[in-house]
Each structure stands twice: as structure tokens, then as C-alpha cells.
Ligand binder design. Structure first.
Ligand SMILES: Cc1cc2nc3c(=O)[nH]c(=O)nc-3n(C[C@H](O)[C@H](O)[C@H](O)COP(=O)(O)OP(=O)(O)OC[C@H]3O[C@@H](n4cnc5c(N)ncnc54)[C@H](O)[C@@H]3O)c2cc1C
Length: 440
């Protein structure tokens, strides 16, 4: 594979992980790596491959960030991630913090990256024991995270119990029902569509070629994929990366691979709290206006961390002047249609946290599919039985957070045959079934 100049990217957090790449040359000539899927996973793989100087083409059948990657809440919290994936989540969080500047500069895309706080609300005294347990668990998680990222003092990680009154002093529109809360500092948020686009643009600047088309039939020789059908045309490839999210099983089946990733539907509402609707006429009437109409950031100059709110049944995310209300978790196959009954349920739950939602204007309603692996761990690495096929799929409900570690790990495996990122628990061969090498 052709190799361009090796770019070293590093910054305080995650610099150790970033510097881990060696510059051993890639021995084999060829037409390059074909990454299938223009979601955040595929774009992250493409980004790192292009920065490594490898020849890379990304194939997307519809539009980049057209599915879950363009419609996620954009939370990057590495906390409350189950143990086998926790070290990878911490590493990926470090990569996010380290790479934001590089991505913004090289892509020209502002993906609204900010540090953030999450305030978890208890609506009655019955919720308090759960809040206590969350306090202890979050303290443990944050200590681990600070250690994993080698963060010194003043790293901004904190968890603080709050009374209902303290919560309402911060955001007066929070319901009087709220009796207590837990504020977790040190998280981060991004606009997931902007972020995915930034990865692609930055990769294109480094040489990635993006092609529109569906990858269907795969031509194999021994343990290698040699050609693919891309939108009706045959394309030769040196290596293939399957990054097709909830559709990864379909390409896997063509290679007799078991890829047990299930689509889990999630719906989000986009609300404008600034417009008070005159119920009955439906005519918008801007009574509040300005920053005061947005959810409070916890910092009146707007430069501080964003604040997201979560309750027992719903969450409120302040994003770009809008409030996102989410999110649901449903098994409905590949159904991508937003449902009216889900919208009503989301609004009812959100109203309990913030009664002002009752008069908000619903600007948008999206439904998307999280790629959720059977055991909750993404599939990252070389596909069992194949020498040049890799998987970067199954980010589940943390796919935006995990994307950079997934992209980096797969790139290092392709370029160097090894990675120092902690992906052992994510090896695709844990699902390997009896495998027959196909006849040439
Ligand atoms: C409501 C909701 C909220 C979320 N919030 C968060 C959050 O706050 N934080 C977080 O970290 N994660 C969040 N997630 C999860 C996250 O969005 C996903 O894990 C992530 O976007 C998955 O990215 P992906 O690239 O694997 O898949 P996708 O985004 O689904 O992309 C896969 C792409 O592959 C393409 N494709 C499929 N088959 C082919 C083929 N044969 N040929 C060519 N192209 C093909 C598709 O067209 C698609 O564009 C949320 C998800 C939902 C639904």
C-alpha cells in the first residue's frame, strides 16, 4: 500500500496513545484500503488511515452521517461503561480531547465540541438510593479515568450532590418535583453530524477518496477479499474494513462471518424552548428571547461547560440553541420511522423534568438505529479466517465516544499488525464459528 508522510498528533490527554504508532513501512503495493460505511466508525477509520499515509477509499451507499452518526445526542461520557470496554472508552475520550483542535483546523468544520456536566435528577425520595449508588460508582469511575489518562490536578472531573433548590437556582425551569440531583463534571459533548463530517473532510485533505455506492458482492481468493462490487462496478482492494453499523451482519454473511449486531431504535425530539406556543392557535410567540431562553449552561457568558439533564425516563440535552429530548431503546428491526406515540411519551417524560416543555415547539423528530452487539462489546479487529478483512462496528450507545479508538486501533492493525489500544475484549473472533476456508 502506498504510504504518505506519517503525521504525529499529540496533546496533553491521550498523547501516550497517540504517540504509540511506529513508522514501519507498509510492504505490499496495491490499490489501498476500502472502508465500507460513512458513519462515524467508517469516517474515523478513514481519518486515521489517511493520516498514516495509506491509500484509502470510503464507500457510503446513501449520505455520510445519514443514520445514527448524524442523529446522536453527542455525549462523550466515558463513565458508567461496563468493565471490559471501560479502558477503551477512557482511551477514546482522551483521543477526542487530544484531536479536537487538529480536526477543527484541518476540516474547517465546527462540531460544537465542549466540556460538559450531566445533572441527574431525582423526582421523588424513592429515586434517592439510586442516586447514592450512582454517586459512589461515579467517584470510582472518575478516579480510574483520571489515572488512565494521567490527568494531573485540576482536571475538571468532579461529582457533586445537589439539593432540589440548588438545581432550580441553576435552571429555574426544572420541576418543583425534583428533590435532589447529582452533578457530574468533566464530560464532553459534540454535534455528532458535524464531528463525522469533520473526520471525513480532514481525511479527504489527507488523501482519502469518498465514493457513493453500496458494497454488495465480494470476490475472494483464499483467505483474502480481492475485489468488491461497489455500486455496480468492480473495485480491487488490498484490505476491506466493514464499518456498516447495524448492517454489519449483512456484509459479514457474505464472508461466512458471524457478526451479531442488532439494530436498537432510538428516537430524539428537537425542541425550541425559546418559543412559547399559544396552545390552540399554534402561533409561535417569542416571549423570552436571547440566551435566557436556552437551557442554562451553568455559566452566564456561555463559554463554560454545557449542562445536560437526565431523569428516570428521559434526558434533555442543550445543543446549538435547541433542546434534544431522548432517548428511547426499542427492538423494532430496521424500522427507521419516527412514531407519534413515542413523541408523545418523550414529551410527557420531559415535562416531568421541565414543565416548560409543554409549550415548546417541536422542530424535529428523528429515529435511528444503534448498532448493538450481542454481548455489548464492539467488534474491532481482523475478521476470523480472513487475512485482509477488518471490523469496526458495534459502538452501541457509545459509538460516537468509541469511534476514535476504533478508528485508531483498526488503522494500527492494518499498518503494523498490532495496536496498543485495549481492544482484547473486542476481538471479533469471540463469535467465530466453525470456519471453512473457501475454495479458491
Ligand atoms: C438516539 C440516539 C442517541 C445516541 N446518543 C449517543 C451519544 O450521546 N453518545 C455516543 O457515543 N453514541 C450515541 N449514540 C450511538 C451512536 O450514534 C452510534 O453508535 C454510532 O453512530 C454508530 O456509528 P456507525 O458508523 O457504526 O454506524 P452508522 O452511523 O449507522 O453508519 C453506518 C453506515 O454504513 C452505511 N452502509 C451500510 N451498509 C452499506 C453497504 N453495503 N455499502 C455502503 N454503505 C453501507 C450506511 O448507509 C450508514 O451510513 C446514539 C444513538 C442514537 C440512535
Amino acid at each position: 500500500m502506498k504510504r504518505r508522510s506519517f503525521l504525529r498528533v499529540g496533546a496533553a490527554a491521550g498523547a501516550g496513545v497517540l504517540a504509540a504508532c511506529s513508522s514501519r513501512p507498509i510492504p505490499r503495493p496495491g490499490v489501498g484500503v476500502l472502508v465500507v460505511g460513512g458513519g462515524v466508525a467508517g469516517c474515523a477509520v478513514g481519518y486515521f488511515l489517511a493520516l498514516q499515509g495509506l491509500e484509502v477509499t470510503l464507500a457510503e451507499r446513501h449520505g455520510v452521517a445519514g443514520y445514527a452518526s448524524g442523529h446522536a445526542a453527542g455525549q462523550l461520557s466515558p463513565l458508567a461503561v461496563p468493565e471490559p470496554v471501560r479502558p477503551l472508552a477512557a482511551a477514546s475520550f482522551g483521543l477526542h480531547l487530544a484531536l479536537w483542535d487538529h480536526l477543527r483546523t484541518t476540516s474547517g468544520v465546527d462540531f460544537e465540541a465542549r466540556r460538559s456536566a450531566m445533572i441527574r435528577l431525582a423526582l421523588d425520595r424513592a429515586d434517592l438510593p439510586a442516586l447514592e449508588r450512582a454517586l459512589a460508582a461515579t467517584r470510582r469511575d472518575q478516579a480510574r479515568l483520571a489515572h488512565a489518562l494521567d490527568l494531573g490536578p485540576g482536571h475538571g472531573l468532579d461529582v457533586v450532590p445537589m439539593s432540589g433548590d440548588e438545581v432550580r437556582a441553576l435552571e429555574p425551569r426544572i420541576s418543583d418535583e425534583v428533590v435532589a440531583a447529582l452533578r457530574t463534571d468533566g464530560n464532553a459533548v459534540i454535534d455528532s453530524r458535524g464531528f463525522t463530517t469533520a473526520l471525513l473532510r480532514s481525511a479527504q485533505r489527507a488523501g482519502l477518496v469518498a465514493r457513493r455506492g453500496e458494497v454488495g458482492a465480494l470476490v475472494t481468493s483464499g483467505r483474502r477479499v480481492t475485489e468488491v462490487d461497489l455500486g455496480g462496478a468492480r473495485v480491487r482492494c488490498e484490505a476491506l474494513v466493514i464499518a456498516t453499523g447495524p448492517w454489519a451482519g449483512a456484509l459479514g454473511r457474505r464472508l461466512d462471518l458471524l457478526v451479531p449486531i442488532e439494530p436498537i431504535k432510538g428516537e430524539l425530539l428537537h425542541l425550541d424552548l425559546a418559543v412559547d406556543h399559544d396552545v390552540g392557535t399554534g402561533v409561535g410567540n417569542d416571549r423570552r428571547g436571547g440566551r435566557d431562553a436556552d437551557l442554562r449552561t451553568g455559566n452566564e457568558d456561555g463559554a463554560g461547560p454545557a449542562v445536560d439533564w437526565s431523569g428516570p425516563d428521559s434526558s434533555l440535552y442543550a445543543r446549538g440553541g435547541r433542546i434534544l429530548v431522548g432517548h428511547t431503546w426499542e427492538r423494532r428491526g430496521f424500522d427507521l420511522v419516527p412514531r407519534a406515540d413515542t413523541r408523545d411519551l418523550l414529551l410527557a417524560h420531559a415535562r416531568r423534568l421541565m414543565p416548560a416543555v409543554a409549550t415548546a415547539q417541536v422542530l424535529g423528530h428523528t429515529a435511528c438505529l444503534r448498532p448493538v452487539p450481542r454481548d455489548g462489546r464492539p467488534l474491532i479487529g481482523r475478521a476470523p479466517g480472513w487475512d485482509n478483512v477488518y471490523l469496526a462496528a458495534g459502538g452501541g450507545k457509545k459509538g460516537i465516544l468509541l469511534s476514535l479508538a476504533m478508528g485508531r486501533a483498526v488503522t494500527e492493525l492494518i499498518a503494523h499488525g498490532r495496536t496498543e489500544l485495549p481492544i482484547a475484549a473486542c476481538a471479533p473472533d469471540r463469535f467465530a464459528r466453525t470456519y471453512q476456508v473457501p475454495s479458491p
